[in-house]
Design a protein around this ligand. Structure first.
Ligand SMILES: Cc1ncc(COP(=O)(O)O)c(C=O)c1O
Length: 417
């Protein structure tokens, strides 16, 4: 039943969706008609029980301040069911968006000028948080094996960087590579961090969407004596990201109380009526839908992997172990794209798509497909990649890949004679 649910057409054009907004699309893809596969929300309807609750609540017609006694407990039950993680409800703080929490925690755990390690490529707002708060960004590039197209952690480099750092902003599972980390890897990160007095904020927003077992960092870090916070949310899991709701989990009372105090000082300690309603309905009743979603997403991955292997071998699909986004390595075509940009400077004019890069403009212009440019995730080192959001119907993905295949053929036909 749910498989049909995911394959139905959902028309998001003309809604408030930023992903589907023509001007926003143009700003990265140089073409407002490009079909969006960028911003990290999915095109699927939220779980039917969540939609029903939202409709019923909306029909109630009064949207006052919410109060829910058991919201921390509901999350604890979820974490235990989903990740076999037993949490005491007193260690949980419910917050609005996860970025708000990460920015506040960063402010609390570091001082101006302090070094903060961020693995690269990175979900770009992490870099902005560091910059906005006047801290010093210490990029930690993931190792990349060009033949196998696999990213991995360079822990020796991490140990070296820790000497100048006070904090690591970690992302597990990792956006944009889709990596899921083993218990052993997380243990080693925590040991190194502890040895160097580096605290860790672990963004685990994509954890419920992991295809392998996800290990929350906090219990591991606590065992190693390392200061850490894990942040989770129902937003990506149930496709309700517009209704900001997230959860921070602490093992140190002092840090938790300081965080709560900071939220109160900024009047950020209350979530909105709708976000609360929807998040709680999702945790209570969304699990059967989530299980079906994970099947659908893995089918999409299998389809894409086969397509790239058989029909688009000059682009390398980096197989993700979680969620609905992944990197595609396009470095083999970038020299040809550069020639296209030289031949058509007005199309590729940066002023017309100021938030894009060379490859996002190329796919926007030549394949009518809007993808995040790799450079968004950490600058020129990643300009050979694009991020593709496959949280949508198979038919739509197939059509986009066919357009990308034609665009690459056009490049080869035009510039390699
Ligand atoms: C790794 C990661 N963290 C945080 C966010 C955003 O979280 P929020 O909307 O709750 O601030 C995203 C959204 O794409 C994300 O991918």
């Amino acid at each position: 039943m749910h498989q049909d649910y995911f394959s139905q057409e959902v028309n998001r054009r003309g809604t408030l969706s930023v992903k589907w907004n023509p001007q926003a699309i143009k700003s990265i893809a140089a073409n407002e008609k490009a079909e969006p596969f960028w911003v990290a929300d999915m095109d699927f309807l939220a779980p039917p029980e969540v939609v029903e609750t939202a409709i019923k609540t909306a029909k109630g017609g009064v949207y006052g301040y919410p109060y829910v006694e058991q919201k921390e407990q509901l999350f604890c039950s979820w974490a235990e069911r989903r990740h076999s993680w037993i949490i005491n409800r007193k260690d949980v703080v419910i917050c609005p968006g996860m970025l708000t929490s990460i920015a506040l925690l960063t402010e609390m755990l570091t001082k101006e000028g302090d070094g903060i390690i961020v693995p690269l490529p990175a979900y770009q707002p992490f870099l902005r948080i560091v910059r906005n708060l006047g801290r010093t960004l210490i990029g930690w590039p993931l190792a990349y094996e060009e033949k196998s197209h696999r990213f991995s952690l360079d822990l020796d480099a991490f140990e070296e960087l820790c000497k100048q750092a006070k904090l690591l902003i970690f992302c597990s599972p990792h956006n944009p590579s889709g990596m899921v980390f083993s218990e052993e890897e997380l243990k080693r990160i925590a040991i190194i961090a502890k040895r160097n007095q580096v605290a860790i904020i672990s963004d685990e927003i994509h954890s419920d969407l992991s295809f392998k077992e996800h290990h929350p960092l906090l219990p591991i870090a606590t065992e190693m004596g390392c200061t850490a916070v894990t942040c989770m949310a129902p937003s990506k899991t149930f496709n309700i990201a517009g209704e900001h709701y997230s959860v921070s989990i602490f093992s140190e009372d002092k840090l938790r109380l300081a965080f709560k105090r900071r939220l109160e000082q900024l009047f950020l300690d209350g979530n909105s009526f709708f976000s609360t309603t929807i998040a709680l309905a999702a945790y209570e009743s969304g699990e059967p839908w989530l299980k079906e979603l994970l099947v659908y997403l893995q089918e999409n991955i299998a389809f894409m992997e086969k397509f790239f292997r058989e029909r688009l071998p000059s682009l390398a699909f980096i197989r993700p172990d979680a969620s609905f986004i992944t990197f595609i390595d396009c470095s083999a075509i970038i020299a040809l794209v550069e020639q296209d940009a030289l031949a058509f400077p007005e199309l590729y004019d940066e002023k017309k798509s100021p938030n894009g890069g060379l490859l996002s403009r190329f796919f926007g212009l030549r394949a009518e497909t809007a993808l995040n440019d790799g450079s968004w995730f950490g600058g020129d080192a990643y300009r050979g990649f694009v991020r593709f959001n496959y949280g949508t119907r198979k038919e739509k993905i197939a059509a986009a890949l066919e357009r990308m295949e034609k665009a690459v053929k056009f490049l080869k036909d035009t510039y390699t004679r």
